[in-house]
Structures are given as structure tokens and as C-alpha cells.
Write a protein that binds this ligand. Structure first.
Ligand SMILES: Nc1ncnc2c1ncn2[C@@H]1O[C@H](COP(=O)(O)OP(=O)(O)OP(=O)(O)O)[C@@H](O)[C@H]1O
Ligand SMILES: [Mg+2]
Length: 393
């Protein structure tokens, strides 16, 4: 069919034509923000899940809705290896700048920039990845002790007090939060906790891989009471059908039911794969309705393409011993698996392969859903590993 009108959008953070099955979460986020604006309590939302389940697009949707309702969104992604101040400062500055342009809010925000400047000055030496400058005199003696936990708390307090006086909510949106290092994560939690205790309208919406849950709990044991943790997973079969059928229906294209079954089966209802399959079905089919044969052909093409891109980029980041470890996990099935079972197949003592396991977790390739367990962070990665390499011990 006409490639110009192909509605599907496989990608990273690319908004889907239909954001299926996430309405209740989007609504819960809107309720939380309204409550905070009205001075009521609401927990910050942390969304966690495997690669490609739609965390980023959900976070973005929540942010767009929040901004439409007057929330000041401070949006950022935590890249591997960057410090929290380095990613926080530029986005704080640009979001707050936007706000300070309005006459009604100008005065109070001037003070924030002074504090932002003193915070930046205090941490420039400590974190050499900070590329931030602001043409304003630092306000001495506040948020500049050099202790991140203390200074971030002060910074959030100043921002929160100003926002409260203006009747607005400031919300941080942080994607890939699992990449923020433990101490800095602890500082972020403390600062939010303190703002929360002082009833200040500053909150966090975050997304990351499943290991985020453990990382937050480890950084501060009270994290589980401060955050509302929501697992983002594969869609239900009904919503997966909707994600495939609806974009086509609007263009007067239909699917035969056995074609849909084939797609549901092959994708396990994972959002990224649904978009990829939809895109290939559209490419392969000559006309509506899209048939089972079209879906089978699309499956072959989609798998070949995923193997050379989506899966492949991740595979290429692995060392030989990590590859071997992941291959053994694949041998055991989709997972989660006991680390002990992996060690047994490798004929090695558990502690001798522990460093490999740790580095896989650090790279975001695997996570530990429970003590002693290990699982893939990428859906269907077991099948890929089996296609890519033979099991050699
Ligand atoms: N609810 C949904 N319905 C249909 N398609 C979706 C849905 N959520 C996400 N998608 C599609 O899935 C793909 C992956 O989405 P996204 O990049 O948000 O995932 P992610 O969880 O952030 O992945 P990663 O962990 O790799 O960053 C995108 O192509 C997006 O359009
Ligand atoms: Mg993402």
C-alpha cells in the first residue's frame, strides 16, 4: 500500500498513531498534578519497564498534558555517565526562563536564577561535565555548600516557594532515571521529600528500566512511600489489536482476523514491535484487507530488520563474556532466571561470573527482578541471542 500514508511509527520516543491502553495512567498523572496545584498531597510517579514498552512516549504525553494545564515542565533525559547537576541545570534554566518572561511571575523568579547560579558555581568543580553559565550574580550562602543533598534541597525549596506563591506547579520529567548514580539519586529523593513535607508544588515524573525500582529503594529506603511505582509492560491483546487496527481503519484499511492473531503472537503485544509489524504489514500488503500471508511475510522482514538494528545495537555493546552470559540466559528461555542456573550451565562458580552479571545490569542489558534472579531488559532478546550465536561453553 501507499508508503506515503503508512501510519505506524516504530522508533525511540516516537509518538504512536494511537497511544493504546495507557489512559488510566495519563488520568492518574493529571489528577496528581491537579491535587498538588490545589495544595493536596500526591506522590511522584515512577514508571518502569523493559525497552520499547512505551515509557518515553507516555512520559511525553503526560508532560504535554501538564504543560497545557499550566504546569512548568522541566524535562530531561539522563544519559549514561552524566551527572545529575549537569543534566538538571540547563533544563531548569530554560523552563524557568520561559516562566519568568510573563509579567505576573517575573519578580520571584529573579531570585531563583541567583540561587541557580550559586548552585552551579558550587558544583562546577565537582562535576566537570557541567556546561552551564548564567549571566547573573550568584546568591551567596544558599545552595552552595558543595553537598549535593543539602544544596538540591535548598534549590528545590526556593523554586517550590516561588511556584507556590504564583499558584503554579513545577514538575520534573526525567527519562532513563536508572542512569543517575546512587548518591545523586539519593540527593534527588531527599530534595523531593523535603519539598513534599513543606507542601511545596514541586514533583517528579520519571521513567526507566526495571532496575530503577531497586536503585531508588537502595538510595533511600523511604523511596517506596514517596513514589507511586507503575510497571509499564506489554499491552493487553485487546489494546494491542487497537494499536494495530485503529491507525489503519482511519485510512480505510482493514486486517483479517488471522493476520491480527499472527501479529499479536509474534510481537507478544510489545508496543515497539507492534509499530514495526504494522509498518511492515502495510508495506507488504497490496490491498485491504491485510491477510495472514501478508502478516507472515511482514514477520520475516520485521525480525530480520530488528536483528540488524534494534537488537543488534545492544548486542554490539557486549563484551565476549557478557555475550556468553546472555546466550546462556537465552538457552534457559525468556526468563527471569536464577543466576545460579546460568553459572551451572557455564560450569563456573556463581561468584566468578558475578562481575559479568553486574556489568550487564550496569549497562542496562539485564536486571534483577528478585534477589539472585536475572532477566533481559529487552523483550524477545532470548530469541535474538539464539539466532545470533551458538551456545559454546
Ligand atoms: N501505548 C502504545 N500503543 C502503541 N504504540 C506504542 C505505545 N507506546 C509506545 N508505542 C510505540 O512503541 C515504541 C517505543 O516507545 P518508547 O520509545 O516510548 O519506549 P521506551 O519504553 O521509552 O523504550 P526505551 O526503554 O528503549 O527507551 C515507539 O515506536 C512508540 O510509538
Ligand atoms: Mg525511552
Amino acid at each position: 500500500m501507499d508508503p506515503r500514508t503508512n501510519p505506524y511509527s516504530p522508533g525511540a520516543g516516537t509518538p504512536p498513531p494511537d497511544l493504546a491502553g495507557r489512559d488510566s495512567l495519563i488520568e492518574a498523572a493529571a489528577i496528581a498534578l491537579d491535587r498538588i496545584r490545589d495544595g493536596l498531597s500526591a506522590r511522584s510517579l515512577v514508571m518502569y519497564g523493559l525497552r520499547g514498552v512505551g515509557k518515553t512516549v507516555l512520559l511525553n504525553q503526560i508532560r504535554l498534558d501538564a504543560e497545557a494545564n499550566g504546569t512548568i515542565a522541566v524535562s530531561m533525559e539522563a544519559p549514561e555517565g552524566r551527572s545529575l547537576p549537569a543534566i538538571l541545570l540547563p533544563s531548569l534554566r530554560s523552563s524557568l526562563l520561559r516562566l519568568s518572561r510573563s509579567e505576573a511571575t517575573k519578580a520571584g523568579f529573579k531570585r531563583i536564577f541567583g540561587v541557580l547560579a550559586s548552585f552551579a558555581k558550587a558544583f562546577r568543580m565537582k562535576y566537570d561535565d557541567i556546561e552551564f553559565s548564567i549571566d547573573i550574580e550568584p546568591e551567596e550562602g544558599i545552595a552552595d555548600s558543595g553537598d549535593l543533598e543539602h544544596d538540591l534541597t535548598e534549590l528545590f525549596r526556593v523554586i517550590g516557594e516561588t511556584a507556590k506563591a504564583r499558584g503554579v506547579v513545577v514538575s520534573l520529567f526525567i527519562d532513563e532515571l536508572q542512569y543517575v548514580e546512587e548518591k545523586q539519586l539519593a540527593a534527588l529523593i531527599t530534595a523531593l521529600h523535603s519539598a513534599n513535607q513543606h507542601n511545596l508544588p514541586i514533583t517528579l515524573f520519571a521513567a526507566g528500566l526495571p532496575q530503577l525500582l531497586g536503585l531508588l529503594g537502595k538510595a533511600k529506603s523511604y523511596a517506596e512511600r514517596l513514589f507511586d511505582f507503575q510497571m509499564i509492560g506489554a499491552l493487553s491483546p485487546e489494546y494491542a489489536r487497537e494499536a494495530i487496527v485503529e491507525p489503519a481503519r482511519r485510512l480505510k484499511v482493514e486486517y483479517q482476523s488471522d493476520a491480527l492473531d499472527q501479529i499479536i503472537n509474534a510481537t507478544d503485544c510489545y508496543p515497539y514491535f507492534l509499530q514495526a509489524w504494522g509498518q511492515h504489514c502495510w508495506q507488504v500488503a497490496e490491498q485491504s484487507p491485510i491477510s495472514l500471508n501478508d502478516a507472515i511475510e511482514a514477520t520475516e522482514i520485521a525480525i530480520a530488520q530488528l536483528d540488524s538494528s534494534f537488537f543488534r545495537v545492544r548486542f554490539d555493546r557486549l563484551t565476549p563474556s557478557e555475550k556468553r552470559y546472555m546466550r546462556v540466559m537465552a538457552e534457559l528461555g525468556p526468563g527471569p532466571h536464577r543466576s545460579g542456573d546460568v553459572a551451572e550451565i557455564l560450569q563456573r562458580p556463581v561468584n566468578s561470573i558475578a562481575p559479568t552479571r553486574s556489568s550487564l545490569i550496569r549497562k542496562g542489558m539485564a536486571f534483577s527482578p528478585a534477589h539472585g534472579d536475572i532477566a533481559f531488559t529487552v523483550p524477545l532478546f532470548d530469541g535474538f541471542m539464539k539466532r545470533m550465536m551458538q551456545l559454546e561453553i
